[in-house]
Ligand binder design. Structure first.
Ligand SMILES: Cc1ncc(COP(=O)(O)O)c(C=O)c1O
Length: 489
């Protein structure tokens, strides 16, 4: 179409930007009429979207219209007030706008020199996050894309701390058995890190949990002692604060004591659980994260910051750089006391200006505003739990401190028939999700299959949670076998 070179004129950018913002505004003004998901097969989606590579540039109005008509209707709306699957997260508007400016400036924050404002702001927001989650000031810290990679980087530093500098040059010594200890409830990113680091998935020791799904310090102690006696090298313990399936929290202080006794690195995965201490009603109840040698928290999970934004803190100063600092000639730069070249703290070289969206979100809401919003979610979850417990056919087989509600429908006709109750609950999830009115996920706990409702989206109101409960109970009642279908029938 166009023969021109160069970019759009700035005025053209602004015009399209306004059109885009109007589209986003319309979406959120009527978001409750938008299905959270519309089930489509992958073939249907590919048929709708597959197209030949465009030879000539297209009019942006057409690209935007196609996005509105052919892409957005198939999106799973993670930013929908009735999205309750996985961990409900939300991109707040200040964060969304920050992403636009970040892209417009296109800063690369690999070195202080290559992105001084971005690097300085990264230091500022990392300090703020440490203060928000109660981690000691002065740690080495870095923004990364997700908790999985943060855990990988932390365990790489832990491995090198356990084995010494030689690992960097020669790799893991032949015959060495390295061990990472965690609970059977820990996230799969721990295994992936072990696989990637050459520790091996078989050397992730997944320990049994107590009745509240928490790591048991005495079992951990025993496992480390046994391995030491057998000549293995304990590299790290990974404790979780806010487990993925049920929102349990490992007891950090006693686990830290075990680690200290054996000189083992403690990594705490608080990707989900890290920020809830801000909610006033939870402040005294949540685990103290300060004993962790390294800590991961996800502002993109609970702090209203758009994907991708994870914080890795490490109080063992210099440990991350010891593993990752490697400076080719073209990247040499002047260092002073305030300078951080963030490329030294992870394997990532080119890095986007992630700090801006944290800065905008934290400044826009303030500590008190964040606390109020988190408390609001906690209250919504309490209401849902209480409603579940009042219903004769529903209960919560496991209770989390956090706004993660695991519930199970067990009508009298099926009481004690686990497989059938599991299938019924799975059918409820399927039907609720197919309705488009809400999106939930599931977990399997001691008792069986549970419907898992994560609450935490900034747009979710009490009425949304009431509607979800009405939907769940209505669908369950419809799918439930009539009382006549009880064993006697
Ligand atoms: C406890 C926990 N840790 C780590 C992760 C991985 O997070 P990310 O998607 O940021 O890599 C998750 C994801 O849900 C999680 O629940």
């Amino acid at each position: 179409m166009s023969e021109r070179v160069g970019d759009w004129a700035p005025a053209e950018f602004e015009r399209h930007g306004r059109e885009l913002l109007a589209m986003v505004r319309e979406h959120f003004e009527s978001v409750r009429e938008v299905p959270v998901t519309v089930p489509r097969t992958s073939a249907e989606l590919m048929d709708a979207l597959r197209a030949p590579l465009p030879e000539a540039g297209e009019d942006f109005a057409r690209v935007l219209a196609d996005t509105r008509d052919r892409v957005l209707p198939h999106v799973v709306h993670w930013n929908h007030p009735s999205f309750h699957a996985y961990f409900a997260n939300s991109a707040s508007f200040p964060g969304v706008l920050a992403e636009t400016l970040t892209a417009a400036m296109n800063v690369n924050a690999m070195l202080w020199k290559s992105g001084p404002a971005a690097s300085a702001l990264e230091r500022v927001v990392l300090d703020w996050v440490a203060e928000l989650v109660g981690y000691p000031a002065g740690a080495d810290s870095v923004l990364v894309n997700g908790a999985s990679l943060a855990t990988l980087y932390a365990l790489a530093a832990a491995r090198d701390a356990a084995l010494g500098d030689d690992v960097r040059v020669n790799g893991v010594p032949a015959g060495a058995t390295l061990r990472v200890y965690t609970s059977e409830q820990a996230h799969s990113s721990v295994d992936k890190a072990a696989i990637t680091l050459g520790i091996g998935q078989a050397n992730v020791v997944r320990l049994p949990v107590d009745e509240h799904y928490r790591l048991r310090p005495e079992v951990l102690e025993e496992a480390i002692r046994r391995d030491l006696a057998a000549g293995a090298v304990p590299v790290a313990v990974v404790a979780t604060v806010g487990t993925t399936s049920v929102g349990a929290a490992d007891p950090v202080a006693p686990v830290a004591e075990v680690c200290a006794r054996h000189g083992v690195w403690l990594h705490v995965d608080a990707a989900f659980g890290g920020f809830w201490r801000l909610a006033p009603s939870l402040t005294d109840a949540v685990e103290d994260l300060s004993p962790a040698d390294s800590l991961v928290v996800n502002p993109h999970k609970c702090l209203y910051v758009p994907m991708e934004a994870t914080v890795l803190h490490c109080r063992r100063r210099g440990a991350l750089a010891r593993t990752f600092r490697l400076v080719p000639e073209y990247l040499t730069s002047h260092q002073d006391a305030d300078t951080v070249d963030f490329m030294d703290l992870s394997p990532q070289l080119g890095r986007s200006f992630r700090a801006l969206k944290l800065w905008w979100v934290i400044r826009s809401f303030g500590r008190a505003g964040l606390a109020r919003r988190l408390e609001n979610s906690v209250g919504q979850a309490r209401w849902l739990r209480a409603s579940v417990e009042r219903h004769p056919d529903w209960h919560c087989p496991v209770t989390s401190l956090y706004p993660l509600v695991c519930l199970r429908f067990e009508p009298a006709a099926l009481r004690g028939r686990r497989a059938e109750v599991d299938a019924l609950n799975a059918a409820v999830v399927e039907e609720v999700n197919a309705s488009g009115s809400a999106f939930v996920s599931h977990a399997v706990v001691e008792e069986g299959y549970v419907i898992r409702v994560s609450i935490g989206n900034i747009h979710t109101t009490h009425e949304d949670v009431e509607r979800l409960w009405e939907l769940l109970t209505a669908v369950a009642a419809r799918l439930s076998p009539a009382p006549a279908a009880s064993p006697a029938a």
